[in-house]
Write a protein that binds this ligand. Sequence first.
Ligand SMILES: [Zn+2]
Length: 322
Amino acid sequence: MRSDVFQVLLTALDDVGRVFDHVDTSRWPPGELEALKRIGLVRQATGGLHAPCPNCDEAHIESVTIRRTPDRPPRYFIRCPESMRVEVTAEMCVGWQVDGDGLAKAVSTAMDLKSVPKAMVAGRLWRLGRTPWKQTTREVVLATRLHDADVSAVVSHIGVGGRAIIFVPHHPPDDRVWPGRTPAVVALSRVATLGADGLVLDVAAIGESVADADAAAETRSAIPTDPEIKKQIIRQQVKAEIKTHLEDDVLVAAYLEFGSLRKAAVGLTGRLCRTVTKDAIEDAVKRAGGIKALKEMSDTGSVARTVASQSRDRVTKSLQRR
Ligand SMILES: [Zn+2]
């Protein structure tokens, strides 16, 4: 359970402005939030008080009105469509965010690096220091949201020699984002766990990842134009694309079944035994035409057919693109 929360935090690092509200944190194991605060992996979210509604099943989050009376502690209220006004506790009004600076420090400490992490792009890219590697040293970097549109501005701070070791929260970005030779990219989700006093890194796994990445970069630069290899690579990409679209159908079906993005995320997470975020459901729903369109289709009972045929269309298109 503990490691699940850490994986969720890593996923959140690749999202923009993800906030964990009281409903989220109350599902974490007892003491987990305190431990994460102590390690420095979460910080209080900025920007107004918001609280999840404790009153109805809608899972809506509202801004909080504070009522102050002399000689009494303040009281907190939110609006709810079902009963106008609902009182919430102070604790429920606080949201938490993953602290990228804190994670940079934790990785640096776990790697036993001597220098203090330096943010090159605020909240996105940190230079952590140099680590011994064979007879020399290599720069270690932490980077987040490398799937965002502004990725080239972020990675421009990394050298072009492919020598850096780059930690990312989850999924490495497409190789084409790198300005020069592809560096060694290591997913923290695969090599990091949360110990009692901080982050624990699997050093052997990191070494293996880096050696593999080096070998792959070597191969790529040796045979960049071989048409047969190119064909193989394209085939792999098409397969990956088909896989995403099939997954879309599962996400959309879950949304229709559970009736809300949040409930679908929770339900699917339990069913698939891996973390499915609300955002992932929302993205899939958007790709399928949006909530309104799905509601209309589901009302007429034609949604299953529509979703299925859409996904077939998309697969056909991606095959044609070859
Ligand atoms: Zn409500």
